[in-house]
Design a protein around this ligand. Structure first.
Ligand code: UT7
Length: 380
C-alpha cells in the first residue's frame, strides 16, 4: 500500500534515476562545466542564436532626386545685393536647384521610386516610411502619408520627422530602431526639403544658402554586423530664436499681417548659428569616434551636413580626417536641409565599399544636431 506522503512510483523512479546519473556522470559534468564556454561559443546553433540576437539596421540602397532648374550665384546677384565671390568664399556654394512645379512629396516620391526599382522592392512589401522634412506638403496629413498613396505602398504606415537639417539623422535612427526591434523588415528613410517654398528671395542672408532636393534609403535587417552601430542625437530648443520660420504654425497662424511682414519665410541669425554649428557638429562627430574607439585612419568617409564649407572643414579637422574622405557637394546643391545627407550618399554610392566605416553628422534649426556611425553594407 502506498503511504500518503510517499511520492508516486513514477516520480520516485525519476528522482532515483537522476541521482544515479548525477553520481555516475560527476566527472563528465565537471568536464562539461569546464568546456561549456567553448561549446557555447563554437556550437553552430549557439552562434546562430547569438547572431540572431544581434540584428542591426543596414542601408541596402540609396536614391536621390534633384529638380532640373539651376539657380546660380550669378542669377542670385541679379535678384539681391550679392556676388558670386561673396557666396563662394563665405559658403562654398556655386549653384543650387529649385523646384518650379510640384511639392516636397513629388521629390520624395521620385527618390523612393528610384530606390524601389534599384532594390527590386515591391511597394506592397514596404513596412514603414519616415520622412525628415520641414517643408511638408501640408501641416497635415503628413508627407509620408501622401507619398505612400502616390506610390501604392498600401501596407506601409509612416510619418514626418521635423528636425530641420538633422531630419535625416533623426529619421535614420528612428527607422533603425524599428528594424532592430524586429517590428519591421523594410523601412524607407527620406530626407527632403523644398526650401524654395519658405525662402525669402529678397533676403540675401538666407536666399543664397538654400536649395531643393533630397534622397531616400532602404533600411533592412543585417545579421552580419553591418549597418548602424551607434548614434548620438541632441537638441536644444533655446536655439530656436536664431533659426526659425515665425509664422504658419499655431504660434502665429497665417494672417494678413504675417504675410505682409514676410513672417512665413526662414529667419536666420547666421553668425550665431555658425558658432553653434561649428562647435557642436565637430564635437559630436569626435565624440562618436571616441566612444567607438575610432581614429581618423579608421573612418573611410565623413558624410557632413552641407550648410557651409567652413563648418565641414572644421568638423573634418576635429576628426583628424583627410579632405579626400569628406563628401562635399555643397557647391552644386547648396543647403537642402534634410536632403543633404542622403544626397551625399547617392552621389558617393559607387565609391562606398562594403565594410567602410562611415560617420554621418549634422546640425540644424532647433537647435538639433547629432552623428551616426555605420558600417556600409554593400558594394554598388
Ligand atoms: O543648415 C542649418 C544651419 N545653418 C548654418 O549652419 C548656417 C551657419 N551660418 C553661416 O553659414 C554663415 O553665418 C552665413 C553664410 C549665413 C553668413 O556668413 P558670415 O561670414 O557669418 O557673414 P555675416 O552674417 O557675418 O555677414 C558679413 C557681412 C555683413 O555685412 P556687414 O555688416 O559686415 O557690412 C552682411 O550684411 O556680409 C553681408 N552679407 C552679404 N553680403 C553679400 C550677408 N549676406 C550677404 C550676401 N552677399 N548674400
Amino acid at each position: 500500500m502506498q503511504h500518503a506522503n510517499q511520492p508516486p512510483p513514477s516520480a520516485l523512479n525519476t528522482f532515483c534515476l537522476s541521482a544515479s546519473l548525477l553520481r555516475n556522470t560527476e566527472l563528465r559534468n565537471a568536464q562539461l562545466v569546464l568546456f561549456l564556454p567553448f561549446i557555447l561559443a563554437f556550437h553552430p546553433l549557439s552562434a546562430f542564436k547569438y547572431r540572431m540576437a544581434k540584428i542591426t539596421a543596414a542601408i541596402t540602397g540609396v536614391h536621390g532626386y534633384l529638380p532640373e532648374t539651376v539657380l546660380s550665384n550669378e542669377d542670385l546677384s541679379k535678384m539681391v545685393d550679392t556676388t558670386d565671390e561673396w557666396i563662394l568664399t563665405r559658403t562654398g556654394i556655386s549653384e543650387r536647384r529649385i523646384m518650379k512645379n510640384g511639392a516636397t512629396s513629388d521629390m520624395a516620391a521620385a527618390a523612393i521610386q528610384g530606390l524601389l526599382e534599384k532594390t527590386n522592392t515591391n511597394p506592397l512589401d514596404v513596412d514603414l516610411v519616415l520622412i525628415g522634412t520641414i517643408t511638408p506638403d501640408y501641416p497635415f496629413p503628413s508627407t509620408a502619408n501622401v507619398v505612400c498613396d502616390k506610390l501604392g505602398m498600401k501596407n506601409a504606415w509612416g510619418y514626418d520627422i521635423n528636425a530641420a537639417c538633422s531630419g535625416f539623422l533623426y529619421a535614420l535612427q528612428t527607422g533603425a530602431k524599428f528594424i532592430e526591434s524586429g517590428a519591421h523588415k523594410k523601412v524607407i528613410v527620406v530626407g527632403v526639403d523644398k526650401m524654395s517654398s519658405i525662402i525669402d528671395y529678397q533676403d540675401r542672408t538666407t536666399c543664397v544658402i538654400f536649395g531643393d532636393g533630397g534622397g531616400a534609403v532602404m533600411l533592412e535587417p543585417n545579421a552580419e554586423g553591418f549597418g548602424i552601430q551607434d548614434a548620438i542625437l541632441r537638441s536644444d530648443g533655446a536655439g530656436r530664436k536664431f533659426l526659425f520660420q515665425p509664422a504658419g504654425g499655431s504660434a502665429m497662424p497665417a494672417c494678413v499681417e504675417s504675410v505682409a511682414n514676410r513672417d512665413h519665410y526662414v529667419k536666420q541669425e547666421g553668425k550665431s548659428v555658425f558658432k553653434f554649428a561649428v562647435t557642436n557638429m565637430a564635437e559630436v562627430s569626435a565624440e562618436i569616434m571616441e566612444r567607438n574607439h575610432l581614429t581618423g585612419n579608421d573612418v573611410a568617409w565623413l558624410v557632413p551636413h552641407q550648410a557651409n564649407l567652413r563648418i565641414i572643414d572644421a568638423t573634418a579637422e576635429r576628426m583628424g580626417l583627410e579632405k579626400e574622405k569628406v563628401m562635399i557637394n555643397i557647391q552644386k546643391y547648396g543647403n537642402t536641409t534634410a536632403g543633404t545627407l542622403p544626397l551625399c550618399l547617392w552621389d558617393w554610392e559607387k565609391k562606398l565599399k562594403k565594410g567602410d566605416k562611415v560617420i554621418l553628422s549634422a546640425f540644424g534649426g532647433g537647435f538639433t544636431w547629432g552623428a551616426i556611425y555605420l558600417k556600409w553594407a554593400y558594394n554598388a
